[in-house]
Ligand binder design. Structure first.
Ligand code: ADP
Ligand code: S3P
Ligand code: MG
Length: 176
């Protein structure tokens, strides 16, 4: 079994900044960075929107689970996940077992603000973003809380601030 503490997994809702913070954090920690959505797109050679259109949510979740299973088995990485990965029980188990899980918390207002011009999130396209994000928050927030080793606040914080908070926590717990 790998040293659970060497891998860092970022979870949380769309717009929390998982992809942005993960990339920055990995540099600071000198670890390899992966983003599950980016890996899926790379493997398939098409956008997430295409995958959602062609295979639906269930098809996407299956691909997501496989990619997270593969990536999380690598040593010493930062992995930014997609916001809905925690809906898959196997993924929750994998994340808990193979690394530190960091929940990036964000308010609805900040999500709406950060995602207002976004075209890359299939679940928001053609839907009322506020309604979708509220519903997903209700379904998933207890799951994020339940699997997290650390929760970080991201409202009114820059990517760098959030990263500094994570680094300080790792330092405090002798994990850096
Ligand atoms: N802490 C932050 N402060 C301001 N804008 C941010 C912050 N984190 C991310 N963003 C912006 O919000 C959008 C969504 O960020 P992203 O990293 O893709 O989030 P996630 O991967 O959690 O969905 C991007 O445009 C990004 O530049
Ligand atoms: O919340 C979700 O179900 C999703 C979140 C997205 O990732 P981000 O959380 O990085 O935006 C992406 O995986 C896909 O659009 C579905
Ligand atoms: Mg992302």
């Amino acid at each position: 079994m790998k040293d659970r503490r060497k891998n860092i997994f970022l979870v949380g809702p769309m717009g929390a900044g998982k992809t942005s913070v993960g990339r920055y954090l990995a540099k600071q920690l000198n670890k390899d960075f992966y983003d599950s959505d980016e890996e899926i797109e790379k493997k398939m050679g098409v956008s997430l929107t295409w995958i959602f259109d062609l295979e639906g949510m269930a098809g996407f979740r299956l691909r997501e689970m496989k990619v997270i299973d593969e990536l999380s088995a690598l040593p010493d990485i930062v992995l930014s996940t997609g916001g809905g990965c925690v809906e898959t029980p196997e993924v929750r188990e994998i994340l808990r077992q193979r690394g530190l899980v960091i929940y990036m918390e964000v308010s609805l207002k900040t999500q709406l603000d950060r995602l207002k011009r976004d075209k890359k999130r299939p679940l928001l396209q053609g839907n009322n973003p506020q309604e979708v994000l509220e519903r997903l928050w209700e379904e998933r927030e207890p799951i994020y809380e339940g699997i997290a080793d650390l929760t970080v606040l991201t409202d009114s914080r820059s990517v760098r601030d959030v990263c500094e908070d994570i680094l300080a926590w790792l330092e405090k717990h002798g994990l850096r």
